[in-house]
Design a protein around this ligand. Structure first.
Ligand code: ADP
Length: 491
């Protein structure tokens, strides 16, 4: 419905002709009505202004030389009160000075009398195009403003002089700013936090060749005795087309609940590690004492049993170490610095890194370089970990002589990384499960391959922490392809 209404305004603009010459008024009206426009006329400036007060006109054809109020005065008033109307000046005394003056005062263009219907049509068509572009921008702006105002994350933007140019209600609440107006104020006054102000300073001073999203934890209670909450504060530069910093954008996200859960989890994991791993290690040590014969002679049969017991206990020790690793990686994902990354370079580095191991088993590892990849804003170590895990798996779960292809491509607003192998493949049921922590497919082909079942769980967590997604296509006996989608930086 809204779309239709907008379209109608754009497709059928309303036009007002203000001219004291009846011939011109009627002529314009006839031509434009024929072309399907809604056209009103006014025979003097005062009447024109009156009509403009009552109704919005998209385009105003305005004579400059009229008795009583001059066209210049009408122009000034319309520009001040109805900036959305596009004004085309018409005048019998067309001089360069006049046209320059009218344009300076905000007219869209100038059409000298006498003009042909064709000239009029051309000029109106040009003005419509301009009006449409203005409307698109205005619609987009108001959509963005509504969206930002409704976000539960706090968003603030500054200009390069560190003055606030945007500040949504959530942000004001988070920094407990209670004054009426934040826009135009120095950022420091609104933030009242040295830590956040320092983030903005660092961002504004960031050199052109870097694009970093700085991230820190911020607790209002630490600085100003505010509520006991924890926010992630992310700050990134806002740049113009020439890559110059024209401001900074600061986003606050409440991570209090996540931090509390993380604390509970890490307490639990340390408890497991301590209460389980230490006794297991001491059992292992004592078994070794037995098997080394230090507590009396051990028969070969007994030794074999002790060996099996040790192996199972070692498995439990490894498992608790992996639990610790997973917990560490997951808490690292809550908050981390991101930068603008060239994925093509990471793909090249990773393929070089994994190639020797692949080639040692006659597996070919090919990097397919298609078109240029858009950059992504991501944490470098994390992206390397994604590619490395997928490549490592492709090598592990492929027979000697297999083929692996690594590629990247741009798909809409995402950059897609794909790792394709001609390996063992994964059954449809297992495709659902392999992303769960510790899940490993156990069949005669994979039984002997050493692994923890954590790689893909970590890949999934990292991808999701970067607002991306991943999927697998696979057929048993033919091979698998893992696709990772990361949002591209829209600059
Ligand atoms: P790990 O490799 O340590 O077992 P992952 O989480 O990386 O742990 O993988 C989980 C399981 O998914 C693996 O045990 C394997 O069975 C299966 N898998 C992963 N990648 C592939 C692949 N490229 N081809 C076939 N199976 C795979």
């Amino acid at each position: 419905m809204i779309n239709k209404a907008t379209k109608e305004i754009v497709l059928k603009p309303s036009i007002l002709v203000v001219d004291d010459e009846e011939r011109i008024r009627d002529g314009c009206q006839r031509v434009l009505v024929q072309d399907g426009f809604e056209v009103a006329t006014a025979d003097c400036g005062a009447k024109g202004l009156e009509m403009i007060e009552r109704q919005h006109f998209d385009i105003i054809l305005l004579d400059l030389m009229m008795p009583s109020i001059s066209g210049f005065d009408v122009l000034a008033q319309v520009k001040a009160q109805h900036p959305d109307s596009t004004i085309i000046v018409i005048s019998g005394y067309a001089t360069v000075e006049h046209s320059i003056e009218a344009m300076k005062r905000g007219a869209f263009d100038f059409i000298p009398k006498p003009f042909s219907p064709e000239q009029l049509r051309l000029m109106v068509a040009k003005a419509i195009e301009y009006t449409r572009a203005l409307q698109d921008i205005a619609n987009e702006k108001s959509r963005m403003r509504k969206l930002i105002n409704r976000l539960s994350d706090g968003v603030m933007a500054t200009d390069r002089d560190k003055r606030v140019v945007l500040c949504n209600p959530a942000f004001r609440r988070m920094v407990r700013y209670q004054e009426d107006v934040a826009i135009g104020r120095p950022a420091g006054e609104v933030l009242r936090s040295e830590q956040l102000e320092h983030l903005i300073d660092q961002t504004l001073a960031m050199p052109e060749e870097d694009f970093l999203e700085l991230a820190e934890e911020w607790s209002p209670s630490r600085e100003s005795g505010g509520p006991d909450l924890v926010y992630s504060a992310r700050c990134l530069p806002f740049r113009d087309r020439l890559g110059r910093n024209v401001g900074a954008i600061l986003v606050l996200h409440d991570i209090t609940a996540m931090k509390r859960l993380d604390q509970v989890r890490s307490d639990f994991v340390s408890m497991v590690a301590h209460e389980v791993r230490s006794p297991l290690n001491s059992i292992l040590a004592q078994i070794k004492v037995l098997s080394d014969g230090l507590a009396g002679p051990v028969s070969p049969k007994q030794n074999e049993i002790l060996g099996r017991v040790s192996a199972r206990i070692q498995g439990l020790v490894d498992l608790s170490s992996e639990l610790l690793d997973l917990a560490r990686i997951e808490s690292g994902l809550i908050l981390q610095e991101k930068e603008k990354l060239d994925l093509a370079q990471i793909l090249r580095e990773q393929s070089e890194f994994h190639r020797p191991r692949a080639e040692s088993r006659s597996i070919s590892l090919e990097l397919i370089e298609g078109g240029p990849l858009k950059p992504v804003i991501a944490n470098r170590r994390n992206v390397e970990e994604i590619v490395s895990n997928l490549l490592g798996n492709a090598v592990n779960y492929s027979p000697d002589g297999a083929r692996i292809e690594l590629s990247g491509a741009v798909e809409n607003d995402y950059v897609r990384l794909s790792v394709k192998d001609t390996g063992f493949g994964i059954s449809p049921e297992d495709q659902e499960r392999i992303f769960a922590p510790f899940y490993r497919v156990k069949d005669e082909k994979t039984r002997m391959i050493v692994g923890t079942g954590l790689g893909l769980a970590i890949v999934k967590r990292i991808v999701e922490a970067h607002d991306g997604w991943l999927r697998v296509e696979s057929e048993v006996g033919r091979g698998s392809t893992f696709h990772v989608y990361l949002p591209s930086a829209d600059e």
